[in-house]
Design a binder for this molecule. Structure first.
Ligand code: MTE
Ligand code: LUZ
Ligand code: MOS
Length: 750
């Protein structure tokens, strides 16, 4: 089935927040934010701004009727800074005017006096000064201390990854309208409608029942709207509450880039020990997560870093420790992979380091240490249905690893100004929210009396195709034409207490809730049909909008059955609920079974480096991916391609640049480069692993949203191989992104 949004997207008819018709009397909000990264506010003079014609008012913490607090995991983040500011771009006030233009004019007239304090931007410095968001955590398996003595080879080093701007095409924003009795309706570009609802209720000091949050779709989220869509929606709701007028707050690109957090930069230290036979015996790693100025989702992101610290390898002795370091940057947040890629980069760097020192190929080491069924992860879960060995041999058979190796070395021996490099990048990504209680969902299904169907779930469509998958499930369960099914907006009044659309688990969780709703409806409908035919409910089936009785077609259609059931006063509405079984995690012991299943895969990346200019082009990326049994291969392939390119961007050209005073210098699209059509690999080939799929995945179709981003890690190591082919003296550094400048430096380093 085609993505149900394709036509709307290419014809420009799909509705985003900014396409909602403006209500007369709407006020537009622009945020006044901190010009310094750390300081004490001495005074603010709003008088000139307020005198500007067209300005309605300026809201600060003083106008907040409830709590000035938006922290989700820890209550450590003010909506509007009161006394101290902790990062450049921290909201201080909301300017409300008749037009956005006037509000922007007014912003320039606000005078603020701040006594600056020392700003910390480096996570290691924060750790030294004991500036931590919360205490460090350690995952361990076996005993590394006693394992080192048995190692034939030990290597130590540092591996760093920079952050990443989400660069969703649709900026952050929300539109709030006052309803009767003090209720408020908010349209928000959020991955977490319930988080928005809960936080508005808290800040306004009222019950969640008075706040309705509605989401049609997002022009991309990528994790950037899991938590950080909330403040703008709260500000809009506050404005609507105080002024009793509709209020729209949509960030402009540079405001968005300055004010919002990004992927967490990490700076890490590793120590890896190998046995004579090249099996990894021990691995120790210390992660320094640059959390920014408040917790946001950092504790959960850090946890996933620990979960993925050994990626797709079995290591019998592991000690992984992570520090969430508090710095004066915007609070960093969820980003596709959610800390997993940062953890995986470090062990990949350690393996490449070891391979280079030992004079062997990294992929030899990788292959030798692949996770097998029955192996224990450092967090206690036992690996099952691991496809990695099969995936690796599929890669050898279908894409000829040896051939690639030969092609690259032949090319390199014939060319002096261009060099090729290649890498293999296996992945293992755990599916489920690592916080077990979040793994639940609901779906509300109405069958209308004419046989058409309305479906609401907690899933937010943000380009990943989840609505298409939901529609597919409903049409399939009832065996009706997909055109009879409508996917409703995501709305907190119809589906309550939702988890954010995140962790790649949305189709699994909401799809299974939807299946449960459909099962219940089918049970009632089968009884109604059985009564009509004088047969048993178990004899009834539905096929292509026709009622089947004991395997034989009847003259009763789906529409007729629904009509009959309605007249019999059968309930044609159902709410389905789903909670992932089995999963658990004990934070005291740091052990459990947190994931429903894992997604596995392998990418073979080939790159050509121009050794005069330091530029590079990716010749190809060949992937063997574990889809389970994909329920929609075109949609899933779209996710692989998008995730891969986003990962390559993070590893190569996307260079987030904060100066020492915490000012974002890469603050627009002229200074922050993301991949375009010229920088994507010339060839992307994707093969599906043959497998039976996972029972806990929706229709055995495994989650696909985040895992492919980690194929992009291979880009870093492929480039590094090419650089080393040109300059064997190039220092071995692991410091992503591998920008053209860094390549050039590496090529000519002596
Ligand atoms: N694909 C598109 N087109 N746009 C997005 O914003 N977000 C990614 C991924 N793919 C995203 C996307 C992230 S971060 C996640 S967690 C998953 O989609 C969420 O959706 P899912 O749970 O339905 O896979
Ligand atoms: N969000 C979250 C996530 O709250 N918990 C998670 O485990 C997670 N994983 C990936 C992406 N978002
Ligand atoms: Mo995705 S980082 O779970 O929104």
């Amino acid at each position: 089935m085609k993505n149900i949004d394709s036509k709307g997207h290419v014809t420009g008819k799909s509705i985003y927040l900014d396409d909602i018709p403006t209500i007369q009397g709407t006020l537009f909000g622009v945020i006044f934010d901190s010009p310094v990264a750390h300081g004490h506010i001495e005074s603010i003079d709003y008088s000139k701004a307020l005198a500007l014609p067209g300005i309605q008012t300026i809201l600060t913490s003083k106008e907040i009727p409830g709590e000035n607090q938006i922290g989700g995991i820890f209550p450590d983040e003010e909506l509007f800074a009161e006394e101290d500011v902790h990062f450049q771009g921290q909201p201080i006030a909301l300017i409300l005017a008749e037009s956005e233009h006037i509000a922007f004019q007014a912003r320039k007239l606000i005078e603020i006096k701040i006594t600056e304090k020392e700003a910390i931007v480096d996570p290691r410095e924060a750790r030294k000064k004991n500036q931590l968001i919360f205490p460090p955590r350690t995952f361990s398996l076996g005993n590394t201390d006693s394992a080192w003595s048995q190692c034939a080879h030990i290597f130590e080093g540092q591996a760093d990854t920079n952050g990443q701007e989400h660069l969703y095409i649709e900026m952050q924003g929300a539109y709030a309208s006052p309803l009767e009795n003090g209720n408020i309706r908010v349209s928000s570009s959020t991955q977490g409608p319930t988080a928005v609802q809960r936080t508005i209720a808290k800040v306004l000091g009222m019950g969640m029942h008075k706040i309705e949050v509605d989401v049609v779709r997002l022009g991309g989220g990528f994790g950037g709207k899991e938590d950080q869509a909330t403040p703008w929606a709260v500000m809009a709701a506050l404005g609507a509450h105080v002024l009793k007028k509709p209020v729209k707050v949509v960030l402009h690109r540079m405001d968005d880039m300055r004010m919002t957090g990004k992927r967490h930069p990490y700076s890490s230290d590793y120590k890896i020990g190998l046995h004579e036979d090249l099996k990894i015996l021990a691995y120790e790693v210390i992660f320094h997560q640059n959390a920014g100025a408040a917790a946001d989702l950092s504790p959960a992101v850090m946890e996933r870093t620990l979960f993925h610290s050994t990626n797709s390898y079995f290591v019998p002795n592991v000690k992984a420790t992570a520090y969430s370091c508090k710095t004066n940057l915007p609070p960093n947040t969820a980003f596709r992979g959610f800390g997993g890629p940062q953890g995986m980069f470090v062990i990949e760097a350690a393996l490449v380091h070891a391979a280079n020192e030992l004079g062997i190929s990294a992929h030899e080491l990788q292959k030798k240490n692949l996770l097998q069924d029955g192996d224990e992860f450092p967090y206690g879960q036992i690996a099952a249905d691991v496809g990695l060995t099969q995936i690796w041999s599929d890669m050898e058979a279908k894409f000829d690893i040896k051939g690639a190796e030969k092609r690259v070395s032949d090319f390199n021996s014939k060319n002096s100004d261009k060099k090729k490099g290649f890498s293999l990048q296996p992945i293992a990504f755990g599916i489920s929210f690592t916080k077990t209680p979040m793994n639940q969902a609901r779906a509300l299904v109405h069958i209308y009396s004419d046989g058409s169907v309305g479906v609401s779930t907690g899933a937010v469509e943000m380009g990943q195709g989840v609505n298409t998958k939901m529609l597919q499930i409903a049409a399939d369960m009832f065996s009706i034409d997909p055109s009879k099914v409508r996917l409703e907006s995501t709305n907190t009044t119809r589906v309550a207490n939702t988890s954010p659309t995140a962790a790649s688990a949305t189709a699994d969780l909401n799809g299974k809730a939807l299946q449960n709703a459909c099962y219940a409806l089918l049970t009632r409908l089968k009884k109604s049909a059985a009564d009509h035919f004088g047969s048993a409910a178990s004899d009834i089936q539905f096929k292509d909008e026709q009622v089947i009785n004991s395997g034989k077609a009847t003259d009763m259609t789906w529409n007729q059955l629904i009509d009959q059931a309605f007249l019999e006063r059968v309930c044609l509405t159902e709410n389905g609920h789903y909670a992932t079984p089995i999963i658990n995690f004990d934070k005291e012991k740091e052990k459990g079974h947190p994931f429903a299943y894992h997604v596995y895969g392998l990418a073979l990346t080939e790159v050509t480096v121009d050794c005069i200019r330091g530029t590079y082009e990716f010749d190809s990326v060949k992937i063997v991916h574990d889809f389970g049994e994909s329920m929609n291969l075109p949609v899933d392939i779209g996710q692989i391609e998008g995730g891969l390119v986003q990962g390559i961007g993070w590893m190569t050209m996307e260079e987030l640049d904060y100066d020492k005073k915490g000012k974002l210098r890469s603050n627009s699209l002229s200074t922050y480069k993301i991949p375009d059509i010229y920088s994507v690999p010339k060839e992307v080939l994707i093969e599906a692993l043959e497998t039976e799929g996972a029972e806990q995945a929706i229709l055995k179709s495994k989650a696909v949203g985040e895992p492919p981003l980690m194929y992009g890690l291979g880009a870093y190591f492929a480039i590094q191989n090419a650089v080393r082919a040109f300059n064997p003296d190039a220092q071995q550094t692991f410091d992503a992104p591998f920008t053209h400048e860094k390549v050039l430096m590496g090529l000519y380093q002596i």
